[in-house]
Design a protein around this ligand. Structure first.
Ligand code: PLP
Length: 324
């Protein structure tokens, strides 16, 4: 019997092609660490090293951007336009993505007090990657999703694929769902820091009902649960997975810290040779340890802490304030 010729491979999905072009390290490593404070409660601590996915697009920023980049390329867009504070990891990641993929980028920065001043390290990195920066006064920035404000930006910079602040939209949540899928069967609880909620929305959906996702907001306010739910509705058609927020660990608000948190982060860094990124990751780890010490997890629980960002190094976030 002649063997039938193999059928030609299907053309890869645009997102898969982009993933290859960007040379991402996926799935990200999952590493168990020995920590007596967790072990005392019979709990195992695993670090989900999303910070190692890509040097210029670390962590959840890669996962959230990828489907949006594929959509922008598919739609023939030449420019990405997005929004963020002066220290935004999302702005910097978008600028890097534009450089790597040959797309122009425009970053709309909250606050016009920075216009004409020397750029901070984060914005300087974005500008070096070719991002054009537009500084909006705070009143106009608050209205950034309104048609007139967008129309003015498009009038100035030309047609663009527009990403919301922090990059969280339905496609971003779907991209982050891959993070949850990578943890299925390997973790009973997954913990993540929450800024705009897109990563938690996807993580919980990808995990499904076999594990719980806990989000630790890094900023004050009660709006995030509604926001996560809205993103899940837009991305998946309804509430997905088992998730909750624990709002006790913002340490004063976005990019703020307390002596307790600073000491906790330094100690964690010394124990595990991994200094936690201060704006997001340290707050999540501190929350996770506190919950463990409160007896929230039965013995044998496998806790996966998602390391969404890096603390130092070129392109790394900075602790000195600003916004997402
Ligand atoms: C942006 C960011 C987050 C928050 O992600 P959201 O999807 O906005 O909730 C968490 N950790 C790090 C390191 C980030 O840069």
């Amino acid at each position: 019997m002649p063997v039938p010729p193999p059928s030609p491979p299907l053309p890869p999905e645009p997102a898969d092609r982009l993933a290859v072009r960007l040379a991402a390290r996926l799935p990200s490593p999952l590493v168990e660490v020995a920590d007596e404070r967790f072990a005392a409660h019979g709990v195992r601590l695993l670090l989900k090293r999303d910070d190692l996915i890509h040097t210029s697009l670390p962590g959840n920023k890669y996962r959230k951007l990828l489907p949006n980049l594929a959509e922008a390329v598919r739609g023939g867009h030449r420019t990405l336009l997005t929004f963020g504070g002066a220290w935004s990891n999302h702005l910097r990641a978008t600028a890097a993505a534009g450089r790597l993929l040959g797309l122009a980028t425009v970053g709309v920065v909250r606050g016009d007090e920075l216009a004409g001043k020397p750029l901070n390290a984060s914005l300087a990195r974005a500008a070096a990657d070719g991002m054009r920066l537009e500084f909006l006064d705070r009143a106009t920035y608050r209205r950034k999703a309104e048609p007139e404000v967008l129309a003015a930006l498009v009038g100035r910079y030309g047609p663009a694929y527009v990403l919301p602040e922090g990059g969280s939209n339905a496609l971003a949540a779907r991209g982050a769902a891959e993070l949850g899928r990578e943890l299925v069967g390997a973790a009973d609880v997954a913990a993540v820091a929450v800024g705009t909620g897109g990563t938690l929305a996807g993580l919980a959906a990808g995990l499904g009902d076999g594990a719980e996702a806990i989000g630790f907001p890094v900023l004050r306010g009660d709006f995030l649960a509604a926001e996560v739910l809205r993103l899940q509705q837009e991305a998946f058609g309804g509430r997905r997975g088992r998730w909750r927020l624990d709002g006790r660990f913002h340490h004063g608000g976005y990019a703020r810290t307390t002596p307790e948190l600073t000491a906790f982060a330094a100690d964690f860094g010394a124990r595990h040779e991994l200094l936690p990124e201060p704006v997001y990751v340290a707050k999540m780890l501190h929350g996770l340890l506190t919950l463990t010490e409160e007896g929230a997890f039965p013995p044998g629980t496998r806790l996966a802490a998602v390391i969404t960002g890096t603390s130092t190094g070129p392109g790394g976030p900075d602790a000195s304030g600003g916004a997402r």
